[in-house]
Design a binder for this molecule. Structure first.
Ligand code: B12
Ligand code: SF4
Length: 463
């Protein structure tokens, strides 16, 4: 039995055009979901993973599979349906799962034979069994899996073409920020894999650099942090010689021992959501951890950096409290906090989030011709109606934010600081230049977006 697991093209990758900027090679990440599913697939299936982000294959020249499994984030939904329709025309059954299938079941049902909601671990072998017997159900639900003991992802199946490997050590987040899909999808309960499993899987990754995809690497409670320390110790003892980057909330900075252990285990960069430079902004989106009284962001960032770990700060533009000037304000705050890179994104209502419900109720979802419009749900386009910012206004705020933070003098100052502090100055330079280059691409992308809207009078009115 032959199975293709397909990751449809990611519009973000085509918008930033990997070939136009070689630094963007670092922006094509492995589709871990498919490697996990492959790890759960019984040996009688001959499984291949197709990642369209490495190049769309010539499907007609490939042997016909018995089953196709497709994953998709919301922004990939259109392409997912195109791929599904190709295989269904040939009589091959298509199953789709992942975040978009879970949040938009009815829409997805129209395009595929079978939809799997929730996590795959508890249901995938059943789906395969039904497919083998020709009795696929229209709908399966994997719910939330018990991940303390799961098979390792198949890292051997996507062995070349990526700068980074990928691994997951925990799932779920109790914080439920209004714009984020994680709590809605992976639940509020923080689930942890066994440290032994994590270390063994880490060993099977052949890339030197790894993205740890956890949404919140160290969790929120003392027992989560104790487990993170234990995990870092075990990774360091295993002497894997990997360098990795991860995501965490700002509480990552609060424990010197944790930071020292993370560094020893190979942590070289941490992605932290600051989201808004204003307390009212943090309140608006419910980013509880950043609201703690007396939190000094600059001191927190410095503490992390002192351990040789670079900090990427993420901010959102388009909150209800944001007014003209927010772009520069964010760039200023990010510089003042001292982050090494700034990743600013548009506030985007993603299906299944609290923000989606609110904006839908208020009639503020401007790009709502679905599924076509999903391709703009990359957080890099203003797809909603923003309270104090027009379409041109908010795009200009984003450009002014990037232009300010990624001006050449500021880049040089940051890189010099990293050289002085021996914090990977080369990586810092490369990443800064990559962001700067993408600023030019963003200008082109906004122009194309406006053109698209120009042909869509309904949207222009709403925006
Ligand atoms: C790593 C990651 C990335 C990587 C992507 C790597 C890749 N190619 O997959 C990068 C950095 C490139 C990225 C980019 C983006 N991301 Co992202 N990302 C994540 C993150 C942190 C982890 C995903 C992951 O690997 N999880 C581990 C795997 C094992 O879990 P999983 O993917 O959920 O798969 C399980 C189930 O979903 C299910 N399943 C999945 N697919 C299938 C298919 C079948 C057939 C079956 C049966 C089951 C099944 O089984 C799997 C095992 O349980 C998630 C947060 C999260 N917790 O999911 C956000 C997340 C998926 N990203 C998100 C967003 C918004 C984006 C961007 C649009 C925004 C941006 N500017 O960064 C871009 C768009 C990329 C695109 N593809 O279009 C949102 C998506 C929301 C949505 N509705 O789509 C999430 C949920 C984060 C959030 N805060 O809300 N992302
Ligand atoms: S943004 Fe981060 S802290 Fe907030 S719910 Fe999502 S994963 Fe949790």
């Amino acid at each position: 039995m032959r199975l293709y697991l397909i990751n449809p093209s990611n519009p973000l990758v085509s918008i930033v055009r990997v070939r136009e900027n070689r630094w963007n090679r670092y922006r094509v990440w492995k589709p871990l979901s498919l490697m996990v599913l492959a790890g759960l697939t019984p040996v009688e299936w001959e499984v291949s993973i197709v990642d369209e982000n490495l190049g769309v294959p010539d499907y007609p020249s490939m042997p016909l599979p018995d089953l196709v499994g497709i994953t998709a984030f919301t922004s990939q939904a259109n392409r997912a349906y195109e791929v599904a329709s190709h295989f269904r025309r040939l009589g091959v059954p298509v199953v789709m799962g992942g975040i978009h299938a879970t949040m938009c079941i009815d829409e997805v049902m129209e395009h595929v034979d079978s939809v799997v909601t929730g996590e795959g671990e508890g249901i995938w072998t059943q789906v395969l069994e039904d497919a083998r017997h020709g009795c696929l159900k229209r709908r399966y639900d994997g719910g939330l899996a018990e991940i303390s003991d799961i098979p390792a992802a198949r890292h051997d199946l996507l062995a070349t073409g990526y700068a980074f490997g990928a691994i997951q050590t925990t799932r779920g987040c109790p914080l439920n920020c209004s714009f984020c899909s994680v709590t809605a999808f992976n639940g509020a309960h923080y689930r942890m894999r066994s440290i032994g499993d994590v270390v063994r899987e880490f060993q099977s990754i052949h890339e030197k650099h790894v993205l740890v995809v956890d949404d919140n690497l160290i969790g929120t409670r003392p027992e989560h942090i104790a487990r993170a320390k234990e995990m870092f110790r075990s990774i360091a003892q295993a002497n894997l010689k990997k360098k990795w980057v991860a995501q965490a909330t700002i509480n990552f900075a609060d424990d010197e021992e944790l930071l020292a252990l993370a560094m020893k285990a190979g942590c070289r960069g941490i992605f932290i959501g600051f989201e808004s430079p204003a307390q009212e902004g943090l309140l608006e989106i419910g980013k509880k951890f950043n609201l703690l009284k007396g939190r000094d962001f600059r001191a927190s960032v410095r503490r992390i950096q002192r351990h040789g770990i670079l900090v990427v700060g993420s901010f959102i533009i388009g909150l209800d409290i944001d007014e003209p000037g927010i772009g520069k304000r964010i760039a200023k705050a990010a510089s003042q906090y001292g982050v090494d890179h700034l990743n600013a994104l548009f506030l985007t209502p993603l299906p299944g989030t609290r923000l989606w419900d609110q904006m839908k109720a208020e009639g503020r979802i401007a790009l709502d011709t679905f599924p076509e419009d999903w391709k703009y749900y990359t957080l890099t386009f203003p797809v909603a109606r923003y309270k104090n910012l027009s379409l041109d206004g908010i795009s200009n705020e984003m450009l002014s934010c990037d232009r300010t933070f990624y001006s050449m003098p500021r880049i040089l100052r940051r890189v010099w600081g990293n050289l002085w502090g021996r914090r990977q100055p080369l990586i810092s330079l490369v990443a800064n230049l990559s962001y700067r280059k993408n600023f030019q691409l963003s200008c082109k992308a906004y122009a194309a977006f406006k053109h698209y809207l120009g042909n869509r009078n309904d949207c222009v009115k709403k925006l």
